[in-house]
Design a protein around this ligand. Structure first.
Ligand code: ACO
Length: 370
């Protein structure tokens, strides 16, 4: 038995293929670096939910359907209001509001999936604005998905460049094989439970720092280092304390995470056009020092840059605070969770592995007298 199910195959999927040795990611047939930078999020969503890219009319109809599902039930807004009043971390607020998407609706796997994908930007945006004493931004059906998310956060229509950068991010991280949160979603729905329950469980799995919670700490490390000359000593000290460097290492990739390349290219373009060039240069120095030291410390385990390092840099460049990094990941990954749930419902059977008992046997029982 492998700890953490490493290397164990637990599902067959047509949604994405993670080739850890070659450093390749295929999304429903397309290489991530070909699809993510140019496709509309709606196209990618259609692709994952239907197994093929849409024609122009299909894409427009699908986008209209998604846009019509953006508004939140009033009960979800009320929960977000109460969560904001006690300054709940945004991932917890999202996890509390997501199950309310099923309020008053009959279970319908595809409808639930579309509603969750469409509504996540409004949940995160509404929460963030309430946390800062602002009224939720109005739901706009005329904006594409990525632009709508930025509008929900800021109340301002984003430039085409900002919307494109976020859209590339959403496309890049929307699905990734049987990662921990997707596995969680598939396990839940494999019992013939509903899609909204599965998505709620997946949110819990995504929150942890070993999965979707890494980009905030990755940015913290870059900011703590502050200047390129300090990179080596700060990272060395962290490794001496036995800490893991957030944004590095991956369970499956033994080479550089291809998503890091896609996001690095977007970040480079974005920072070149008026962003904080110093921060970008600093991050590159931190990455180089981290890779050098990880190679020195763990020569047998290839630890390379993962998607979260450049997620942090790109989302920071878009003006998002670190607290919103993981919820923004969820805005993208809810697509993958949904598509996996539908696939599991169509083709999968109950996921129920076994455990090896490692406790004692034959203990004599005596009733505890009280
Ligand atoms: N920094 C320092 N050391 C590391 C790192 C790291 N980022 N990653 C792994 N190691 C070390 C481990 O401490 C371990 O050392 P040991 O054998 O002396 O105990 C060795 O490398 C092997 O590590 P594993 O735990 O076997 O690696 P695993 O495949 O289980 O973990 C993981 C993968 C969780 C991503 C790990 O690399 C990590 O913690 N990285 C930092 C967190 C992070 O960036 N997470 C985001 C991942 S991407 C995503 O989920 C979207």
């Amino acid at each position: 038995m492998k700890d953490g199910l490493e290397g164990v195959v637990a599902a067959r999927t047509r949604l994405s293929h993670v080739d850890g040795e070659a450093g390749r990611l295929i999304l429903a047939g397309y290489a991530v670096e070909d699809l993510a930078p140019d496709a509309a999020f709606e196209e990618v969503a259609y692709l994952l939910l239907n197994g093929r890219l849409p024609g122009p009319a299909e894409c427009a109809g699908f986008a209209r359907d998604l846009a019509a599902r953006r508004a939140l039930p009033p009960a979800a807004v009320e929960v977000l209001r109460q969560a904001a009043a006690v300054r709940t971390p945004p991932m917890d607020a999202l996890r509390m509001a997501a199950p309310l998407l099923s309020l008053g609706r009959a279970e319908d796997p595809l409808g639930d999936a579309l509603t969750a994908i469409a509504a996540f930007p409004a949940i995160v945006g509404t929460y963030w604005r309430l946390r800062h004493g602002e009224a939720p931004a109005p739901i706009r059906r005329d904006l594409p998905h990525a632009a709508h998310y930025l509008h929900q956060l800021s109340g301002v229509e984003p430039s085409a460049e900002r919307a494109r950068a976020l859209e590339t991010y959403l496309n890049t991280v929307c699905d990734h094989g049987l990662n921990a949160s997707t596995f969680t979603a598939r396990v839940i729905v494999s019992t013939r439970s509903d899609v909204i329950s599965a998505i709620t469980g997946a949110l819990g799995a995504l929150k942890g720092p070993l999965h979707g919670g890494a980009p905030g700490p990755a940015l913290d490390m870059v900011l703590e280092i502050g200047t390129p000359e300090r990179a080596e000593s700060v990272i060395r000290a962290r490794l001496d304390r036995g800490e893991r460097l957030m944004g590095f290492g991956h369970r499956v990739y033994r080479v550089r995470d291809p998503r890091a390349d896609v996001l690095a290219a977007v970040a480079e373009r974005f920072y070149a056009n008026g962003g904080d060039r110093d921060l970008y240069r600093l991050a590159r120095s931190v990455e180089a020092a981290a890779l050098r030291l990880l190679r020195e410390r763990k020569p047998d385990r290839r630890l390379d840059t993962n998607v979260e390092f450049y997620t942090a840099l790109l989302l920071r460049g878009l003006g998002l605070p670190a607290e919103l990094f993981t919820p923004t990941f969820a805005v993208a990954r809810v697509l993958g969770w949904s598509a996996h749930c539908l696939e599991q419902l169509r083709e999968g059977s109950l996921i129920r592995p076994q455990s090896i008992y490692a406790g004692p046997t034959g203990l004599p029982y005596q009733r505890t007298s009280t």
